[in-house]
Design a protein around this ligand. Sequence first.
Ligand SMILES: Cc1cc2nc3c(=O)[nH]c(=O)nc-3n(C[C@H](O)[C@H](O)[C@H](O)COP(=O)(O)O)c2cc1C
Length: 196
Amino acid sequence: MVKILAIYGSPRRKGNTSLLLKNAVKGAIEAGAEVEELVLRDLKMSPCLEIYGCKETGRCVIQDDFQKVYDQLLSCHGLMLASPIFYYTVSAHTKILMDRCQSLWAKKYWLEKPLEKRKATRKGLFISVGATKGKRLFEGTLLSIRYFFDVLDTELWRSLLYRSLDLERDILGHPEYLLEAHRSGKELVQAIKKID
Ligand SMILES: Cc1cc2nc3c(=O)[nH]c(=O)nc-3n(C[C@H](O)[C@H](O)[C@H](O)COP(=O)(O)O)c2cc1C
């Protein structure tokens, strides 16, 4: 069965990116996937302390909720990550997760150990929303996400990026965006089934 990890990176439980991701999760379940949902604001996760304890084994030595997330990241076939734009990058919750994955970077590039034996790379869906309309609103974030996904052996399969949404639930005024997220969740699972 296709396993998907859905990561909610907004501090708002029912904000714009959360509602979009909820729809993507529904789509993925309808396509037959098993979905694990992770709400970052509910986790106790320290930022990376840059002590490189991970240099020995490829595993982060800080004992907190990241330990479980590490296993979830490695065992899924597909990733769905949603974060609002905060100062032209991801939310602090999301950035903490990204930085803790430096332990995976150390595993791959310092210890030269592959993350796992898989036939194909994972596929990832990235969802983001910002309040403004600027052409370059998502530019920096997309660069970070590409590098982050790369560390996780995850191809950035699709990104859903929506502008001019600010207040909680502004997204409800755009049912077409919610439908697109739902369809993307479904299509992500179908794309993974094709390669596995
Ligand atoms: C700390 C903070 C920083 C923000 N920075 C930006 C920004 O740089 N550009 C932008 O367009 N919107 C910015 N916003 C607005 C959010 O991206 C916007 O409200 C979004 O809809 C929130 O999504 P959410 O409901 O999923 O959390 C910021 C909001 C906060 C709270």
